[in-house]
Design a protein around this ligand. Structure first.
Ligand SMILES: C[S@@+](CC[C@H](N)C(=O)[O-])C[C@H]1O[C@@H](n2cnc3c(N)ncnc32)[C@H](O)[C@@H]1O
Length: 344
């Protein structure tokens, strides 16, 4: 199972370390019964990929293009793998220079060049051949290579940590802080070696569970009005925490090939508690809700009271500390809740 999860990027708020707590609340698949697990906020994909491996039929959703890549390349895809031809196609010389033009301060020159080369080829090939249309599995796999290449070698997948990269830009005789040694060593892994590791990691996460697993790219309310299932897992952005659109602005811009304006999710803004209510109302069809929540602004009591407006709820507080780059979690954010609502 650990091998599978290596195919996923390290994701802000990702649930890789909480999977056993989350899945302990679900009925297990058995002979002739493959429960449908609806993952309303796919994010970095850990719950869906784990669920797929456990034998659930997975229907997952996320509004972001970065999660779409994971949904299509790993959750929907059960057979297309990366091979030497992909490496060759991704590394053909070209003139693309978006990363170097806009984010040279966040990458070593070698990484910026390698990323530009891959992105230029992805753009060109997906305009050139029908079988490589932008949403095809192979193009999604190539985009996943780009995502992992970027996040895998930064501690906890962070982007904001410019202090580490700046000395590396004009690298010779760079003064590097002792506390950054490990990160710098990882970042300075030669591009080809990084790519080999990334290919291996991604291929390790591609498998079939014999079921038709699907990804949707929609606002959560639309998604919940279009699907049904046996279990819904909700892991919305937490009110009072930085939005995903802010945290991943660099990655989102690189994937889009243009600077993207941040538009924080409704779950990060005032009115977030009403959004949670609307979300639950839209999932009234599911006998079982499992909700992850936390953050500095909403207590277990607040959230328990919201769920109890709809159905009986139990709340477990999990001791868990998130890490993202060099940011320490605040005490308030350190509380991670798991709320289970079963239809009576
Ligand atoms: C906490 S993350 C999910 C993490 C995931 N469970 C994991 O383990 O990696 C929340 C996700 O919600 C997505 N999101 C934010 N607002 C949304 C909306 N209105 N509809 C659908 N997805 C949304 C964000 O793009 C982000 O990926």
């Amino acid at each position: 199972m650990v091998k599978l999860l290596k195919a996923l990027p390290c994701y802000f708020g990702g649930k890789q370390k909480l999977l056993s707590a989350i899945f302990s609340q679900m009925p297990l698949p058995g002979p002739g019964w493959m429960p449908v697990l609806v993952d309303a906020f796919l994010g970095g994909g850990s719950v869906s990929l784990f669920g797929k491996a456990k034998g659930y039929q997975v229907l997952c959703n996320d509004i972001s293009a970065r999660s779409e890549v994971i949904g299509r390349a790993l959750i929907e895809n059960s057979r297309v793998r990366l091979d030497d031809m992909d490496m060759h196609r991704l590394l053909m010389q070209n003139e693309y220079s978006f990363v170097r033009a806009n984010f040279a301060n966040l990458f070593t020159p070698e990484d910026a060049e390698t990323l530009d080369t891959m992105l230029g080829n992805i753009k060109e090939l997906s305009e050139l051949a029908v079988q490589w249309h932008p949403r095809s599995t192979r193009v999604m796999l190539w985009r996943l290579v780009v995502i992992l290449y970027i996040v895998r070698y930064r501690k906890y997948g962070d982007f904001g940590n410019e202090g580490i990269y700046q000395p590396l830009v004009g690298r010779y005789n760079a003064q590097i802080k002792k506390s950054h040694y490990e990160s710098v060593k990882r970042i300075c892994t030669p591009p080809l070696r990084k790519l080999q590791h990334v290919f291996e990691a991604i291929n390790g996460g591609i498998f079939s569970n014999g079921l038709d697993n699907r990804f949707f790219k929609m606002d959560v309310l639309d998604f919940l009005s279009q699907v049904t299932g046996d279990i819904v897992y909700f892991d919305p952005p937490y009110y009072g925490c930085d939005s995903y659109e802010n945290k991943y602005n660099v990655l989102d811009s690189i994937l889009a090939g243009q600077l993207v304006e941040e538009q924080p999710s409704k779950f990060n803004q005032n009115g977030a508690l009403d959004m949670l209510r609307e979300m639950l109302r839209a999932a009234a069809w599911s006998p079982l809700w499992i909700i992850s929540y936390g953050g500095p602004k909403v207590t277990a009591q607040d959230l328990g009271a919201i769920v109890a407006e709809f159905r009986p709820a139990t709340i477990t507080e999990l001791k868990y500390k998130y890490n993202f780059g060099n940011e320490a979690d605040t005490d308030a954010r350190r509380t991670e809740m798991l709320i289970v609502g079963r239809r009576g």
